[in-house]
Ligand binder design. Structure first.
Ligand SMILES: Nc1ncnc2c1ncn2[C@@H]1O[C@H](COP(=O)(O)OP(=O)(O)OP(=O)(O)O)[C@@H](O)[C@H]1O
Length: 315
């Protein structure tokens, strides 16, 4: 019987080659992925992973991962629970060290406290008793070293906080305690906090989770506008690609140590997902939305029922 570890590594290498080719094609024909002038000067992509491997003990989450995200590019990261999506963001935030390879963000090795990086965490409930207001939360995103102390600088700092609040349309509730705001209002303020430092790279961990459709659209549009106007590179972890499908340039799809990288219409196909999941997966396009059936995980239109259905068909 074939050694599953070796088979996994070989397939990983093939997929990496395919991914590199797809990335090269993409760079050639996608205007949005052209680097901005600052980055052209030093030719550094906004995010660069080379030969990246992340393992916890015996378990390898991903290996030989090569990914260059250009200024202004929007890359969605998809994959089932536990495939290593959040861990990838933690590596780029400097909170987790790679087991092998390199990770550069905004032209320097990934590290904590890089002011060129904005981060939007998952929507989570905030204790109603917490006195922190939206304006305080956004202020936490201001780089203290850049703005320093003194009256003039304090005024300037307040101006950029208010500007960030206005950009997400949060003026009406920015001075109320965060715990009294709705999930959508809180998430808009988290977007403002991530953007107030004028980041070159925006890392988003399921920022639309538990938001209603209107707020999903609003938050996605805010992120999209940012990358179009300011050429911020976006890496967006999500379980649900449909709300952001029109915005996505490329998808990084992680499954059980395997991955594929490419434009959505090349990665989100029955053939590619069946190969990644090692079972029959169907990807259907219905009224402009992608419906995935057969993975058995949270990305699946039928959830675990889809997996049982496929297993029964092939038993
Ligand atoms: N510091 C750590 N030490 C050991 N194992 C870890 C550590 N951090 C994460 N893991 C494990 O790595 C795996 C991937 O976790 P991660 O949170 O990156 O997955 P994910 O793809 O974001 O999942 P989800 O979709 O459920 O959020 C999980 O099995 C997790 O338990």
């Amino acid at each position: 019987m074939a050694d599953p570890q070796r088979r996994s590594t070989r397939r990983g290498a093939q997929l990496t080659l395919a991914a590199s080719a797809v990335a090269a094609d993409h760079e050639a024909d996608q205007p949005v992925s052209q680097p901005d002038s600052a980055l052209t000067a030093n030719r550094a992509p906004a995010i660069a992973l080379a030969g990246a491997r992340l393992a916890f003990g015996e378990r390898t989450l991903w290996d030989q991962l090569d990914l260059a995200v250009q200024a202004g590019e929007f890359v969605a990261v998809l994959g089932p629970n536990g495939s290593g999506k959040t861990s990838l963001l933690k590596v780029l935030l400097g909170q987790l060290a790679l087991s092998a390879g390199t990770a550069d963000v905004a032209g320097v090795p990934a590290r904590t406290g890089n002011s060129a990086v904005g981060y939007i965490p998952q929507q989570k409930s905030i204790d109603e008793g917490l006195p922190l207001r939206g304006v305080d939360l956004v202020g936490l995103g201001v780089d203290g070293h850049r703005w320093g102390t003194g009256l003039r600088r304090r005024r300037e700092r307040r101006r950029i906080v208010e500007q960030a609040i206005a950009e997400v349309g949060a003026q009406a509730f920015a001075y109320a305690p965060l715990g009294t705001l709705s999930g959508g209002e809180q998430q808009r303020l988290r977007v403002a906090q991530a953007l107030v430092g004028d980041p070159k790279v925006l890392l988003c961990d399921e920022p639309l989770l538990s938001l209603d459709l209107a707020n999903q659209r609003l938050v996605s549009e805010l992120i999209d506008r940012r990358r179009r106007i300011h050429r911020t590179a976006v890496l967006f972890v999500t379980h649900e690609i449909n709300p952001i499908l029109p915005l996505v340039d490329r998808v990084l799809y992680l499954v059980d140590g395997q991955f594929r990288i490419g434009p959505p219409d090349e990665v989100m196909t029955s053939a590619v997902l069946s190969e990644l999941y090692n079972t029959d997966v169907d990807v259907l396009k219905v009224r402009g939305r992608l419906v995935v059936v057969g993975t058995g995980d949270a990305l699946d239109a039928l959830g675990s029922a889809g997996k049982h259905h496929v297993d029964e068909d092939h038993s």
